[in-house]
Write a protein that binds this ligand. Structure first.
Ligand SMILES: NC(=O)c1ccc[n+]([C@@H]2O[C@H](COP(=O)([O-])OP(=O)(O)OC[C@H]3O[C@@H](n4cnc5c(N)ncnc54)[C@H](O)[C@@H]3O)[C@@H](O)[C@H]2O)c1
Length: 324
């Protein structure tokens, strides 16, 4: 297939592009490089364009046929979304609508969309499955839920086939391919703790130590970015067989607290992680752990990196010698 990977210069998108290419697909990346990296576009050409610009989107579709779009473009900082909601709804909702309309004009009828655990809000059960109530507590999560709804409506109205993949915490890297996680600012725990370990002058901030969890710190489900990439390939295959709009939660099904991740990182790297207590961050639920049973049953997906140490090892390989 020829696949348009929107946001393919970013962290998850670049790993997916690598895996798609390795499985024999042809990849074209579209990205405005707002948070992505030109150096991460290594498996096909880059069209530098913004999904908010309909003319350049049309130009990206003109004269080429894509079998499907994989859509990673987003602003995705929860805290920033709380203070700049218009920017989030504009980029994540209006931008996606532009992309969907361009797809319709150019007869592309399949899309895999990067959704998030943030569509669920505060969990009401220990494992979050697809039927869990969707009540986002920040504009970022709300913007993703709106897109999920648009995709469901488009399935009915236009026959668009879609798969929403709701990642829990993407982590790890593929350092041997020259790609890994590099956000600025970085809000994710694993890159921040590895940065703190490399630069002890800037200790890690642990946001909240009074959550209702066994050690008081937030519990999250970490899923390796290459396992996420494999789910995208399976989502494309699923859409071949099955019309309609589908959604799957993707996680390992095991939660780790911030302190547990720090401890595991110290074991993997042999270094101490210096950290300091900081207040809770707005919009952070205490525990987020996925049930990915539906992805296992329907897509035949199961994560290969199941231990936190395995995930940390690949992230550490990247962070001690990042290619960008
Ligand atoms: N990283 C995670 O743990 C995680 C978890 C859940 C969901 N997600 C979602 O997965 C997707 C990828 O996340 P990521 O961590 O790789 O983010 P990222 O910021 O590394 O990648 C996003 C890419 O999209 C591009 N982009 C953003 N707005 C654009 C626009 N208007 N036009 C063109 N390009 C644009 C950026 O330049 C970047 O390359 C996002 O949609 C995010 O919301 C990520």
């Amino acid at each position: 297939m020829h696949l348009l990977v929107c946001g393919g210069a970013g962290y998850v998108g670049s790993h997916v592009a690598k895996v798609l290419y390795a499985r024999g697909h042809r990849v074209t990346v579209l990205d405005n490089l707002s948070t992505g990296h030109r150096e991460a576009v290594r498996w096909g050409p880059l069209i530098q364009a913004d999904i908010l610009d309909t003319a350049s989107l049309d130009a990206a579709f003109q004269g080429r046929h894509y079998d499907a779009v994989l859509h990673f473009c987003a602003r995705s900082l929860v805290g920033e979304s709380m203070v700049a909601p218009y920017d989030y709804y504009e980029n994540n909702v209006v931008g996606t609508l532009n992309l969907l309309q361009a797809m319709r004009r150019h007869d592309v009828e399949r899309i895999v969309f990067s959704s998030t655990a943030a569509v669920f809000g505060n969990p009401v059960s220990s494992l979050i499955d697809e039927d869990h109530p969707k009540a986002p507590i920040n504009p970022y999560g709300a913007s993703k839920l709106i897109v999920e709804r648009i995709l469901a409506d488009a399935a009915h109205a236009y026959g668009l086939r879609s798969v929403c993949l709701r990642y829990f915490n993407a982590a790890g890297a593929s350092a041997e391919d020259g790609i890994g996680e590099c956000h600025e600012p970085e809000t994710h725990l694993i890159p921040n703790l590895l940065r703190a370990l490399i630069n002890p002058a800037a200790p890690l901030k642990v946001f909240g130590q009074d959550y209702p969890t066994p050690d008081g710190t937030c519990v999250r489900d970490y899923v390796h970015v290459l396992d996420l990439a494999d789910a995208h390939v399976r989502a494309l295959e699923h859409m071949e067989r099955t019309p309609g709009a589908h959604a799957f939660n993707l996680g390992n099904g095991t939660g780790f607290s911030v302190l547990q991740v720090i401890q595991a990182a110290e074991q993997v790297t042999g270094h101490r992680v210096l950290f300091e207590a900081a207040p809770r961050r707005a919009g952070d639920p205490p525990v987020l752990v996925a049930s990915s049973q539906r992805a296992r049953d329907v897509l035949g997906w199961s994560p290969t990196y199941t231990g936190i140490a395995d995930i940390l090892r690949t992230a550490w390989d990247w962070h001690r010698a990042p290619a960008f």
